[in-house]
Ligand binder design. Sequence first.
Ligand SMILES: [Fe+2]
Length: 227
Amino acid sequence: MFGFCKCASGNNYAGRGVIATANKQIAVPDTADCIRLMDEYEMLDNIRHHSLVVARIADALIIELLEDPVHTSAPDRALVLAGALLHDIAKTPCLDGSCDHATAGGDICRKHGYPEVADIVEQHVILKDHDVERYNSGRFTAMEIVYYADKRVRHNQVVSLEERLDYILEHYGNNDQERHHVIHKNFQRCRDLEQALFRVLPFTAESLEHRIRFPQLPDTMWNDPWA
Ligand SMILES: [Fe+2]
């Protein structure tokens, strides 16, 4: 489906896609595996729908980056897609405030044998690394693509970074100045990433929404009940 193999059942990677990077092979769940995990962790329909739109945005970005290997060093498409589909895997169990959904989501992915996807999930809210120099050289990680895609989707709507920022301040800012400061700082980093991304991409940040009108995900995802 994405150019990665499914290993024969019975070995360590049974039921998982395996992709080869420059240095090693990594286990990545395919779309069906991601849906099974959504079911297992009882992801609510609205969160599935959000995750699906984030995946479409991330996929639209990665497809274009992969088209332009001269200017960019793009991460693997299957890894980006799995990270996007699973970034909120722990949102439902954490809705009661008992856990941080990014950390808990990373733990879930690690438990199922997907450490590289876990890294993406853990950092989809706030990136640990912020390397403007690397961004400006056209090199982006799967983590950064998913982090950015998630910032462009409010519920299941594609919005601008500023619209998403307003929503986050209103719903998670708690009228707390320190919290507002952290949120603003995170969004400034996201703006830096956006600027670098759209310096390389052949379309604008404003037109991103229109890039997902065409089916770029497998048919099984387009026939999903949340679309
Ligand atoms: Fe999200």
